[in-house]
Design a protein around this ligand. Structure first.
Ligand code: HEC
Ligand code: HEC
Ligand code: HEC
Ligand code: HEC
Ligand code: HEC
Ligand code: HEC
Length: 262
């Protein structure tokens, strides 16, 4: 079994994407509808959400259906692109580009948000995670609760799946008031959108890692110039092996600025 598997993995192209044209023959309606969506026009492929289809288009091999995946793996399908947060750092020896639908994104990268404002950063993923709806309803609420990505249609009435009209009799356009400017934090009242504080925290428990947190502080420091972030990066990376290229680069980057200032 194993030698066959290794031979398959070594074959060029199987983990590569085939492209949407290859799906039309058998999934004509989905392909036609999807082609008109914003995401399709932005270049998002069927396989970004369903996994590499090299075997499947030849008539063998199953693909992933996001809704059939367990919570974190399902959320990662959208989160691979819709997380902005403070920083996303590739894990040692990993390439985020090799992530495939069905896997856990945290195998490839660790994501960080500002501790004092975890929902601020610009990505819908961290916004929704900060909403009381998601925090209380849990994994039941996800992107697909309101968005049909094959058609690009948003169900603005999806709130009714969990909220009764009596809970808020202020009008029918729930999202109009509770998601102004498409704010996925779904706040009671329009809230502030400015990140405060300098400290970072892992987006989820599975995003933890001293090396990754250190590199995240380095990355945000290059943008903000906040010396507390640089010092934290130095402290954390000081204990990490110097053989790591990304760590070496960060330490050198901080060194360079240090010398320049003297
Ligand atoms: C030769 C015909 C054919 C082509 C080409 C094809 N599919 Fe399929 N696909 C099928 C069939 C048949 C099923 C239903 C399998 C079942 O239910 O047992 C299916 C099922 C699926 C599923 C559901 C999960 C599964 O594996 O059952 C997804 C997702 C999917 N296809 C995506 C794609 C994508 C994306 C492409 C293009 C890259 C594609 N398909 C190309 C025939 C095809
Ligand atoms: C942005 C992510 C995304 C993209 C892009 C996407 N899909 Fe899907 N697809 C989903 C999700 C989510 C489901 C599950 C829908 C559900 O269960 O309600 C699904 C379900 C499916 C299914 C099985 C269920 C069904 O509706 O028959 C097939 C087949 C499929 N997609 C094919 C495709 C093809 C072909 C493309 C490209 C033309 C494509 N998908 C593009 C997210 C995506
Ligand atoms: C490979 C990257 C990628 C993946 C995977 C992806 N998206 Fe997107 N998405 C984009 C890009 C790029 C845009 C266009 C820019 C923008 O609006 O942020 C976009 C736009 C959107 C939009 C706004 C446009 C519209 O049609 O309303 C929605 C909603 C959306 N995505 C939902 C999802 C959901 C839900 C998933 C997971 C099932 C998902 N996306 C997966 C990259 C991706
Ligand atoms: C999957 C279920 C679910 C969906 C869908 C959902 N919510 Fe919620 N929402 C909840 C839960 C659970 C709470 C927490 C209630 C509590 O604290 O007692 C909540 C809380 C809220 C709150 C109070 C927030 C706060 O900070 O106190 C508002 C406002 C709200 N939801 C609006 C909406 C709107 C608008 C939509 C649709 C755009 C929506 N919800 C969709 C489950 C959901
Ligand atoms: C409770 C419902 C709900 C959930 C859950 C939800 N969205 Fe949305 N989303 C909306 C509404 C409403 C809009 C406004 C656009 C519209 O109505 O067409 C929107 C808009 C967007 C846009 C366009 C934003 C822009 O500024 O152009 C993107 C991208 C998006 N959503 C991605 C996501 C992603 C990714 C997730 C999961 C992390 C998600 N959404 C979860 C309701 C939802
Ligand atoms: C005209 C604007 C507006 C519309 C439309 C609206 N809301 Fe509200 N909603 C508010 C305001 C304002 C509050 C009260 C905030 C406060 O007390 O801090 C509120 C409160 C809430 C709460 C918290 C209630 C509680 O007792 O804790 C929920 C849940 C909620 N809305 C859900 C919804 C849903 C679901 C819809 C759509 C059926 C909706 N809202 C439509 C403005 C609106």
């Amino acid at each position: 079994m194993i030698p066959i598997l290794l031979a398959l993995l070594a074959m060029p192209g199987l983990a590569q994407f085939t492209g949407n044209a290859a799906c039309g023959e058998c999934h004509r309606n989905i392909v036609r509808r999807y082609a008109a969506t914003v995401m399709s026009k932005e270049g998002v492929l069927c396989e970004n959400c369903h996994g590499a289809a090299g075997m499947h288009v030849k008539g063998s091999g199953r693909l992933e259906v996001p809704t059939a995946l367990e919570g974190a793996a399902r959320d990662a399908v959208c989160g691979q692109c819709h997380f902005t947060g403070a920083a996303r750092i590739a894990r040692a020896g990993r390439d985020v580009g090799r992530y495939r639908a069905g896997e856990l994104l945290t195998r490839y990268a660790a994501s960080f948000v500002y501790a004092a404002a975890p929902g601020v950063g610009g990505g819908k993923m961290e916004e929704l995670a900060a909403s009381r709806c998601r925090q209380k309803a849990g994994a039941e609420l996800w992107c697909g609760t309101c968005h049909d990505t094959h058609t690009g249609v948003t169900d603005r009435a999806a709130c009714a799946g969990c909220h009764r009209a009596q809970q808020c009799a202020r009008g029918k356009d729930c999202a109009g008031c509770h998601m102004p400017g498409n704010d996925h934090r779904i706040l009671r009242r329009k809230g502030a959108g400015v990140a405060s504080g300098w400290q970072l925290r892992p987006f989820t428990a599975a995003d933890e890692g001293v090396r990754e947190l250190g590199l995240a502080y380095y990355e945000v420091w290059t943008k903000t110039g906040d010396l507390r972030q640089r010092d934290e990066a130095l402290r954390l990376l000081g204990g990490v092996g110097r053989k790591d290229m990304a760590v070496r680069k960060a330490l050198a980057g901080m060194q360079k600025v240090g010398t320049k200032k003297r």
